[in-house]
Design a protein around this ligand. Structure first.
Ligand SMILES: O=P(O)(O)OC[C@H]1O[C@H](O)[C@H](O)[C@@H](O)[C@@H]1O
Length: 508
């Protein structure tokens, strides 16, 4: 923590307590509030912030040598210090590179593209000689949320005749429902698991293999299984054939892996051209992030505004509302990206942090949210910051564009509240900040831009807080305990008494 900037920002926040967002807008105290680049626009104007604060935040970012840190990430330096690795998800969407890892990336993209084409052309056959036409992605977390978001958001591109499913949760009832309703002779399962050890994914894979064996015989199942993992040997030992194996690398975090072969099902479902457009969108945002001055750099600005809201306006809850049905899964994706990356309590040098880091993040489709939980945001005492994603409909009048109109109406209601002297139960205090992100259209390219925008924003925040955005030891503790628990744990004094009692009571 740099106390000179911290104290300055704290003082600036104190001065603003008696000011209102509405007053700041009307008296133009925050002129630097609108930015756009290549089809992505961000309007920060509905935040409790002034140009004076904004300039302090920019100076703070400069003092952190942000430009050098950005370069270090792209150059493949070891920025994931706790795991001693680079964080090179950007390489997976590069066009070419001098980095030594590039050759492998290029080869894997080509292998995945050929495999996808083969399936799309009906040339990949199952064990009984029938073409593959149903795909099931088995994965969880970063091996599920990205592919699921893309296939859902861009479903208009889905090839007719291909059926696409995702298995992430472990639930015997829904697994049985899925496995008994699809034609297993024509199904390919894609076991997506960077570590290849995640027990939910392995459990689902075993359920799929047992079902397959009943239909295509003891040996035939491997013609119905592809794998994506770091460890090739583990895939071979599992029984996945070499042509069906795809690599990722330990220098791509799970939540940053959609750009790699973890996106295989997207290539198959939507086609290589769509996936390539997605990569191009991510790449365009990379170029912007790498080459644009901090004061016009979208991921940097988004991070700074959030830094202000989290650390100086005490917002511990962020809500994301996509006002476009196709983006309804974005909050789930964002949740993992942000909370797993920046939900940390020590600095990169291992010191406890003395300030708030990542807020709680949740959200859902904006229109649905308005009729579900927005009541609390309008009237409770809690501090909540919102981000609204909107894509104004082409060829539809403003009046008929219900989603865009509602987005503007909500953000406006949130700052204005009601002030008509009516009954207290009807009063809405207003002064709730929000940021609006506008995409020109929903396309593979713009989705690539959007995801890369958030990835880079998360990285910038981690630099401002001096934390490592690329490890996730908290998740790993839960994983370890889950694998260690068994019926015998009920008598294990190492296990806490409350957990032992529940195993005794309900563990079969
Ligand atoms: O891809 P896998 O190794 O199966 O991991 C799946 C997920 O597991 C954990 O929850 C990690 O924290 C996530 O980042 C990861 O995406």
């Amino acid at each position: 923590m740099d106390y000179s900037f911290h104290n300055k920002l704290k003082k600036q926040a104190e001065v603003l307590t008696s000011n209102s967002i509405r007053n700041i807008i009307d008296t133009q105290q925050f002129k630097s509030s609108f930015y756009q680049y290549n089809g992505v626009a961000i309007d920060f104007s509905k935040n409790k912030i002034t140009d004076e604060v904004f300039n302090t935040l920019l100076a703070f970012a400069e003092s952190k040598q942000l430009d050098k840190r950005i370069e270090a990430m792209f150059a493949g330096e070891v920025i994931n210090v706790t795991e001693q690795r680079p964080a090179l998800h950007t390489l997976c969407r590069a066009e070419s590179s001098n980095l030594e890892q590039w050759k492998d990336v290029e080869q894997q993209h080509q292998k995945a593209a050929r495999f996808a084409d083969k399936i799309r052309q009906g040339e990949l056959l199952g064990a009984t000689g029938k073409p593959i036409s149903t795909l099931v992605n088995i994965g969880i977390g970063g091996s599920d949320l990205g592919p699921r978001l893309l296939v859902d958001a861009l479903s208009e591109h889905q090839q007719v005749g291909l059926n696409i499913y995702f298995m992430s949760d472990v639930d015997h009832q829904s697994a049985e429902q899925l496995l008994s309703s699809i034609n297993l002779e024509q199904t390919l399962f894609i076991l997506c698991s960077k570590s290849f050890t995640t027990w939910e994914t392995q459990t689902n894979a075993q359920l799929a293999i047992s079902a397959l064996k009943k239909v295509v015989g003891e040996q035939g199942w491997s013609a119905h299984f592809a794998g994506v993992a770091v460890n090739q040997q583990a895939m071979t030992d599992f029984g996945i054939l070499p042509d069906y194996q795809f690599s990722i690398w330990d220098w791509v975090g799970g939540r940053y892996s959609i750009w790699s072969s973890i996106g295989l099902i997207v290539r198959i479902a939507l086609g290589n051209a769509v996936f390539d457009d997605f990569l191009a969108g991510g790449r365009a945002m990379d170029q912007h992030f790498r080459n644009t001055e901090l004061n016009k750099n979208l991921p940097v600005l988004l991070a700074l505004i959030q830094h202000w809201n989290i650390n100086y306006q005490q917002h511990s809850v962020f809500i994301t509302l996509p006002y476009r049905h196709g983006l309804k899964l974005f909050p789930d994706y964002q949740q993992q990206l942000e909370m797993e990356s920046n939900g940390k309590s020590v600095t990169t040098s291992g010191e406890p942090v003395s300030f708030a880091t990542c807020p709680y993040i949740f959200g859902q489709s904006g229109l649905n949210a308005q009729h579900a939980f927005m009541q609390l945001v309008h009237q409770s005492q809690r501090n909540t910051y919102l981000e609204m994603l909107t894509i104004p409909e082409a060829n539809v009048s403003f009046e008929d564009d219900v989603a865009f109109r509602s987005c503007l109406a909500q953000s406006s209601a949130l700052i204005n509240g009601t002030d008509d002297g009516g009954p207290a139960e009807k009063a809405c205090p207003g002064d709730r900040p929000s940021t609006i992100i506008v995409l020109e259209k929903l396309s593979a390219f713009s989705l690539g831009q959007l995801i890369a925008l958030y990835e880079h924003k998360v990285f910038v925040q981690s630099v401002l807080w001096d934390i490592n955005a690329f490890d996730q030891f908290g998740v790993e503790l839960g994983k370890q305990i889950a694998t260690g628990l068994s019926k015998a744990s009920q008598d294990d004094p190492q296990v806490d008494a409350a957990t032992r009692a529940l195993i005794k009571r309900f563990g079969r």
